[in-house]
Ligand binder design. Structure first.
Ligand code: GLY
Length: 570
């Protein structure tokens, strides 16, 4: 460790003082790290039965749909990055799609404005996040089925069954869900959500009581027996279409029948001796992550102490540039055939972008006029490794917590409100964060741009770090900082996850930071450099595994911001 790295380490130890230090889990044969201990255990059981990383991921994802309905889902979508033990990497895109009846101005009023209303949480939100029109055609079942068809090993039914058992027999309601039950009872106007946490006798379920979901168990049984078609055809699809039609939604049986998940080539970049693989568009995560890692590689980090004013400023400037490029260029690759991905992720481009970073002064973000800010943040991530060293990094989402809050009582699952991830007003980009650029304008059957960043880093051609997070646009930045903490600062995975994080997304032009974790001096100095600072209680909920190549052990940690999460190994 050189002098500056020692300073960095000491300053890191000081700053981390106010964050919970979590324990790491060590194992030899396999590991699952998710935001639900029960779901992690389901994944581990599949690994112990001889399932591979894909099998265990399918089982964990279905289990999360039961135990973590805030974001775990069959009514949403997401991305899976798979690296086998030899380093061969692929991705599965199961992002939701706009229904065929969707249009670029579907959320605007007659004056072309984006009206506001009250969402399922009883909070003010913009129209693109409210009600059944905000629902994208779900992709989760198709994605898990495709991953299993191509790379799974155990029978499909065996992987869905644990989730059915959990829904049928129930599990003790954890504190976070008990809180949701109380919150929705008081605040939501949506009947489905009011009834969601209610027992047969009409009483609200409370902390520690067994919560059963018989309707969800029936839906999952259809999926167990009929696979992909169990969701996209037959009685489940018929009921989705009926519910949509009778309640003002626009998803039809044809939308469901036409949906398919896609296998895509990962985005690849390098940082020093490491190879980084992440999700390509329709996620912006991989491209932005590689661009930012390339920019950091150009900085003289030995002369900048970790978490110093200069360091936070540098991170913010790097983020500002990557998010500006994200807004200009990225969208569904099936609709944007000439996206300059190779350019954005190249070392040459990073050199140009780095040239105008002033290490003493904030550079202004381009802007037009004031508008709205919107940002979904209810997503969930898990990282997983099997005994042969195959790794999966999977992030999936409903967009907001409990998505749109709507669902058919007969099916027992919640629909996403992912249409809110499209740019809602064509050509209108505002200083406070509304983006109106063309690549992500709503079109029928288009996938909305995502920030999810499931990532696997390889060392000497083999999986080394498996990482990802929820958090809307903050995902890209929290994954970026955690990867940097491990690769550049040699932090243990728990410390890398817990270390102070910041977020800048170009527009609005401000640094969000984890409250209490920047010193008053640093904040004052950043303000003097021209930054606006906004505290947040927390950024990210990272779930990570490092494979120690020397000792051949797996080291996992789940973010303390998800106390019901767990890294479980065997
Ligand atoms: N809904 C969050 C994301 O896709 O980035």
């Amino acid at each position: 460790m050189n002098r500056f790295k020692i300073i960095a380490f000491i300053s890191y130890c000081l700053t981390i003082g106010s964050h919970v230090i979590i324990a790491q889990t060590y194992a030899r044969n396999g590991m699952v790290v998710s935001s639900s201990k029960i779901a992690s255990e389901v994944g581990i059981e599949i690994l112990k039965k001889g399932g591979n990383a894909i099998d265990a991921s399918v089982a964990t994802a279905f289990a999360l749909a039961v135990t973590h309905p805030t974001a775990g889902n069959i009514g949403g979508g997401g991305f899976l990055v798979f690296m086998d033990s030899s380093g061969t990497t692929t991705t599965i895109d199961f992002r939701e799609k706009a229904p065929m009846k969707a249009s670029s101005d579907m959320f605007l009023d007659k004056d072309g404005n984006l009206p506001k209303g009250i969402d399922h949480r009883g909070r003010e939100s913009t129209s693109n996040h409210i009600g059944l029109k905000s629902v994208g055609v779900p992709g989760t079942v198709a994605g898990l089925y495709l991953a299993h068809e191509k790379y799974g090993h155990l029978p499909w039914a065996d992987l869905v069954q644990p989730a059915i058992d959990l829904a049928e027999n129930g599990f003790e309601l954890p504190w976070s869900l008990a809180n949701s039950a109380i919150y929705f009872d008081a605040n939501t106007k949506i009947q489905f959500l009011k009834d969601y946490f209610r027992k047969d006798n009409g009483k609200l379920i409370s902390f520690g009581e067994v919560w059963k979901q018989p309707e969800l168990a029936n839906t999952l049984s259809e999926i167990r027996d009929k696979g992909h078609d169990g969701f996209y055809k037959g009685i489940v699809a018929k009921e989705i279409a009926r519910y949509m039609k009778e309640n003002g939604g626009i998803i039809t049986k044809k939308d469901l029948r036409n949906y398919s998940a896609v296998e895509r080539k990962p985005i690849k970049g390098t940082y020093k001796d490491y190879d980084i693989y992440s999700m390509p568009p329709p996620s912006s995560g991989g491209v932005a992550l590689i661009e930012m890692m390339n920019l950091m590689e150009l900085a003289d980090l030995d002369s900048i102490a970790f978490n110093s004013t200069k360091y936070v400023h540098l991170l913010a400037e790097v983020m500002r540039r990557a998010f500006a490029d994200r807004a200009e260029h990225l969208g569904d690759p099936d609709f944007n055939l000439n996206t300059p991905i190779n350019k954005l992720t190249s070392k040459e481009f990073a050199k140009k972008r780095f040239e105008n970073i002033n290490l003493s002064k904030a550079s202004p973000s381009d802007s037009t006029k004031f508008g709205q800010i919107y940002d979904g943040n209810s997503t969930t991530h898990f990282s997983l490794i099997d005994k042969d060293g195959n790794a999966v990094s999977l992030t999936y989402t409903l967009e907001h917590g409990y998505g749109s809050g709507m669902g058919s009582p007969e099916l027992g699952f919640i629909f996403n409100n992912e249409m809110g991830d499209f740019n809602p007003i064509p050509n209108e980009t505002t200083r406070t964060g509304l983006i109106g650029t063309k690549p992500n304008i709503i079109q029928p059957e288009k996938r909305m741009l995502s920030s999810m960043t499931p990532t696997i880093v390889a060392k000497d051609g083999k999986p080394y770090l498996v990482i990802g997070s929820p958090g809307g646009k903050t995902i890209i930045n929290t994954v970026f900082q955690t990867v940097l903490n491990v690769l550049e600062y040699d932090m243990q995975i728990d410390r890398a996850i817990e270390a102070v994080k910041i977020h800048h997304q170009w527009l609005p032009d401000r640094i969000s930071y984890e409250e209490h974790l920047l010193s008053p001096d640093t904040k004052r100095n950043l303000e003097l450099m021209g930054h606006m600072l906004i505290p947040r209680s927390n950024l990210g909920a990272l779930m990570g595994i490092v494979i120690d190549p020397k000792n051949k052990i797996l080291i996992g940690a789940s973010d303390s911001s998800r106390p019901e999460g767990a890294a479980i190994g065997y």
